[in-house]
Write a protein that binds this ligand. Structure first.
Ligand code: NAD
Length: 368
């Protein structure tokens, strides 16, 4: 059989349940290598609290440079109570912020899909969420989380003042909007752009730039603008009206968390962060489940690996151009859920409870 070009995948399992769920992703990657002759080259490194414990830093230069050269990074999760009291620069989360910033991961993609088998896990009525399939595109490297000036300073009356600055430029807005329009073309061809143009100048610019890009390059895509607070309400009232939502860093943080809860479980939801090209002209990207390191269940073998496995599905689709393989993987996950297999977090009456690794094995058996 003809072997294709080696594709470099860097696994960064991290802390807590990270290593448990990434172990299942590794099995799936190996399955694709063995059975589909896909030449994925896997490397694995420490990041987060475990890196601090070994090296005194949440990410070493060596790992950072490896990440810069990798086409795909699969991250588990970082952090946990062990490292909560470290000084700011040593905290596990600093590794993620550094990766996001230096890899210029400017677009965060979070699908919120409600699996029909798990409709009852949502707090909303089944008819509101059944069949839900939306994609939130959040700007990730600009806006108020990074804007200058920032800080806390004393003021004359003896009080203190906290300052953060919300800024966006034309290119920051258009590059993320372009990703949203391109995605919409492969889905239901609808983009909703969210901001607060009624009260924020940066929001007004956001709206104007998205509109201009639409008129110049994406007239075939249906575009609507919505105030971010209204979007939060609409996500609860009628989430199925949306296809792709594009929004800034701050609103995206909130709206994507809210959307993820429509589907009921943290353990099921993947994400992708897409960025600038590396020296070989490949788009840098990091894929990770949206959940954290879940210290309360770490080491028990009960974590749900589906969010991480579906994150690898996104990597197949968005970085590796392997849509067919992504389809096969997503179908295998659906088949396992149809068979009634559930990890503890999504367990319900009449279903069969299974461990992290047994869930991974079951998905692999459906791939066969
Ligand atoms: P969390 O997502 O880790 O856990 C929230 C709840 O969901 C817990 O009860 C947990 O057991 C459960 N849960 C999460 N993922 C699960 C899975 N795959 N299977 C089954 N149950 C799952 O959020 P938290 O408790 O707020 O944070 C814990 C730690 O993770 C903190 O240190 C936080 O800073 C860190 N964190 C890291 C990331 C990241 O690495 N990207 C993201 C969020 C939180």
């Amino acid at each position: 059989m003809i072997k294709v070009k080696k594709r470099k995948i860097l696994l960064l399992p991290g802390d807590g349940i990270g290593p448990e769920v990434i172990a299942e992703v590794k099995k799936i990657i190996n399955w694709f290598n063995d059975k589909k002759s896909l030449d994925f080259e896997i490397d694995q490194e420490l990041v987060g609290g475990c890196s601090y414990d070994k090296h005194g830093t949440p990410i070493t230069d060596e790992v950072f440079y490896k990440a810069l050269e990798s086409e795909v990074i699969m991250l588990g999760a970082v952090g946990g109570p062990t490292w909560d009291n470290l000084e700011f620069s040593k905290k596990p989360e600093r590794a993620l912020l550094k990766l996001r910033k230096e890899l210029k991961l400017f677009a965060n993609l979070r699908p919120a899909i409600c699996f029909k088998q798990l409709v009852d896990a949502s707090t909303l009525k089944p008819e509101v969420v059944s069949g839900l399939d939306i994609m939130i595109v959040r700007e990730l490297t600009g806006g108020i989380y990074f804007g200058e000036p920032r800080g806390i300073k004393p003021i004359e009356n003896g009080e203190r003042k906290g300052i953060n600055t919300h800024t966006y430029t034309t290119s920051e807005i258009t590059r993320v909007a372009r990703i949203a329009f391109d995605l919409a073309r492969k889905r239901s061809n609808k983009v909703t752009s969210c901001e607060k143009s009624n009260v924020m100048e940066a929001g007004q610019l956001w709206k104007e730039e998205v509109q201009e890009l639409h008129e110049k390059e994406y007239k075939d895509v249906e575009l609507s603008h919505m105030l971010a607070d209204n979007c939060a309400m609409q996500l609860l009232r009628n989430p199925k009206q949306f296809d792709v939502i594009v929004t800034d860093n701050l609103f995206g943080d909130m709206l994507s968390d809210q959307a993820s809860m429509l589907t009921g479980s943290l353990g099921l939801l993947p994400s992708a962060s897409l960025g600038a090209k590396n020296k070989d002209g490949e788009m840098r990207a990091m894929y990770e489940p949206i959940h954290g390191s879940a210290p309360d269940i770490a080491g028990k073998g009960i974590a749900n690996p589906i969010a991480s496995i579906l994150s690898f599905g996104m990597a197949l689709r968005y970085s590796l151009d392997l849509d067919k393989e992504a389809d096969i993987l997503e179908k295998a996950v659906q088949d396992v859920l149809n068979d009634g297999l559930r990890t503890k977090d999504i367990m319900s009456e009449g279903m069969k409870e299974t461990s992290t690794s047994a869930m991974g094995d079951a998905i692999i058996s459906k791939l066969q």
